[in-house]
Design a protein around this ligand. Sequence first.
Ligand code: LMR
Length: 404
Amino acid sequence: MFEHVEPFAGDPILSLNEDFQKDPRPGKINLSIGIYFDDAGRIPVLDSVRRAEQQVVARDAPKPYLPIEGAANFRAAVQALLFGAEHEAIAAGRVATIQSVGSSGGLKVGADFIARWLPGSEVWVSDPSWENHRSMFEGAGLAVHDYPYYDGASGGLAFDAMCKALRGLPAKSVVLLHACCHNPTGVDLTPAQWDALVPILVEGELLPYLDLAYQGFGDSIVEDAYALRALAAARDRAGRSLSFFVANSFSKSMSLYGERCGALSVVCADAGEATNVLGQLKFTVRRNYSSPPIHGGQIVAAVLTEPALRRDWEAELAAMRERIQAMRRSLHGVLAAKMPDRDFGYFLHQRGMFSYTGLSPRQVDRLREEFAVYLVRSGRMCVAGLNRSNVEATARAMAAVLAD
Ligand code: LMR
C-alpha cells in the first residue's frame, strides 16, 4: 500500500531546530527558529500570560466544542487589537474573523478559501519570504510566484522593483505582504512606502494578504499594524472599501507557541459580504479540523481585555522588543570592531526577530559544523536567540567564516 511513499525531505526551519536539540555540544547557539528566548536562553512564560492562565483554570469551566469560528470574546479582542476598538470596519460589521490554529492555520484556511472562490487567482510572495508561505499556498492548489523585495547590495528594500512588479500583475492576483518584521529579512516598508503601495494594490485590483506574526516586535503594537489600518481606510476603484486578508499570531507576542493561537480576518466591502465570507471560512474549517481549541484562546482573550493584564503584557512585549534591539547593537558592535572594513549596519536597520546576514549556505554550514551556531541556510539569523552570554561567541564565529 505504501511502498511508493517517498521520504519527507524535512522542513528547512523545524528540522534544523530538531537537529539543534540533538546536538550534544555544550556551547551550541540556536539562532534558527523564530522563537524569542530570554537573556538566560529560555522561552519565557510572560507574567501577564501566567496570571491569565491561572484565571482561566480557576474558572473551572467545562470544555465544550467551540463554535467553528472560535470563541466570540477572542475574535472580538483580535479585531480590536488589529484595527483599534473604535474602527469603522468593525462597527460596520465588515470584518470576518475566525480563531485559527496559529496564524499558519489561518493562512491555510484563507488559501483554501481563495482556491475555492477566486480560482483564477495566483499568489505572489516576496523574494525571499518565510519558507512555508509558498508551500502553504501551493498546498491549497494555487500557483505561487515571487516579487522583488530584498536588495542584497544595500541590505534594504528593493521598493521600486517591488512596485514595478506589482503594477504588472493581473487583476485579482493575491499579494502576500509581511505587515511588519519581515521574515526572513527584517526589512520592512516605512509608513510612507505603505502609503505609496496602497494605490498600486487598488489600481491593479489586487488582493492583499497580510501576514502579521510579529506585532509589537517592530516599533509598537499600533505602529506595527500601520499597513492593516492603511488598507482598511482605502477604497477600491468603485469607491467601495478595499477587501484584504490578515492572518495574525500570538505565538511570539505572548510567547504562546505551542498553544497555537492565531486568527484570520477578512476585511470585506460590507457586512453582507462579510457574513458570506465568514460562512465559507467556517465551511473550510469544519471539513478540516472542525473547530479550534479552547484553552490558549481564552488566555489570549483575558490578556487582551483585562486592563491590568493588558498593561503588563504591553510592558513585557516592549521589554522583549528592547532586548532584541540591544542584542542587535551588541552583535553589531563586536563585529564592527573585529572586521572594521565590512558594513554590518544591517543589524541595526533590520527590525524584529530576524536579520538577513548575507551568509552563503556554505558559510551557514560552517557556522553549524565548526562552531555549533545554528542559522537557517538562507542566511537568516534569529536575533532573538542572542543573549549576553552568547553574542560574543556568535560574533567570533561569524567573523571566522566571513574572513575565509
Ligand atoms: C520561523 O519562521 O522560524 C517561525 O515562524 C517558526 C516556523 O513555524 O517556521
